[in-house]
Design a protein around this ligand. Structure first.
Ligand SMILES: Nc1ncnc2c1ncn2[C@@H]1O[C@H](COP(=O)(O)OP(=O)(O)OP(=O)(O)O)[C@@H](O)[C@H]1O
Length: 228
């Protein structure tokens, strides 16, 4: 998928002006306010009407609700709390069981309400719902932020497994470089709405050129030391 041009602006200011390809799995990294969420919203056609957007995208599938899955930062907000899990899927029973199996959940969760599940289980349900459609692109917006350390690791392992088993493109937005090391083949470093460095994740993480990238890598590393 080639994003030849993505420009987002207000009447006064350019917020994002980037171009990149997603050929496998791409991480979009940048500090707060760098334009990560706006980029995802633009791909989902969810930008507020107050913003102007110019898009030139080539892909071998149509970009719409059926082809794009979205995993938000806070899984609790994307489920309806008063609805049993089974009724939050829009597919037949066989498919529900198939995707629950993919995310390592027992089909008993279908009978439950979200409040009866743990945070990690809820995030798995959200991923299962996204996978129940025939998606070609999975967008992840800091999917582990609301989770504790153990669930964080489990969800990262799960996303990695899904990536290896299904033939889907991945765009993974995060502050946490550690979480994408195993998942994303490519990495894009975003600063003030522009790409300042991009390439293979291994190359950029081992030999970052820009000071900004070095700072992002170091801050993740420091947090890791601090937490353990
Ligand atoms: N609706 C809007 N109108 C005007 N400016 C906006 C709007 N939405 C976002 N911005 C600005 O665009 C820039 C990029 O915002 P964005 O939310 O994409 O950042 P981000 O990288 O996702 O940050 P974070 O990691 O904190 O979520 C910021 O300067 C933000 O203030």
């Amino acid at each position: 998928m080639n994003i030849n041009k993505l420009e987002i602006k207000t009447k006064e200011k350019k917020l994002v002006a980037i171009s990149f390809d997603i050929t496998d799995s791409t991480a979009l990294i940048g500090e707060s306010g760098s334009g990560k969420s706006l980029t995802l919203k633009a791909l989902l056609n969810l930008l507020p009407s107050s913003l102007e957007v110019k898009k030139d995208i080539n892909s071998n599938f149509e970009l719409n609700y059926n082809s794009i899955g979205f995993i938000p930062q806070n899984p609790f907000t994307s489920l309806s709390m008063m609805t049993k899990i089974t009724n939050q899927f829009f597919c037949d029973e066989r498919r529900k069981e198939e995707v629950l199996n993919l995310v390592d959940l027992d089909k008993n969760v279908l009978k439950k309400f979200p409040s009866q599940l743990s945070g990690g289980q809820i995030q798995r349900v959200v991923i299962a719902i996204a996978l129940s459609r025939d998606i070609k692109l999975l967008l992840l917006d800091e999917p582990t932020t609301a989770l504790d350390e153990e669930n964080k690791k489990n969800i990262i392992d799960l996303i990695n497994e899904i990536k290896n088993r299904l033939n889907i493109l991945i765009l993974f937005v995060t502050h946490d470089i550690n979480s994408i090391k195993t998942i994303c083949k490519d990495i894009i470093i975003l600063k003030d709405g522009e790409i300042i460095e991009k390439g293979l994740t291994n190359d950029i993480l081992s030999t970052p050129k820009e000071d900004y990238t070095k700072r992002l890598i170091n801050s993740t590393f420091k947090n890791k030391i601090f937490r353990t």
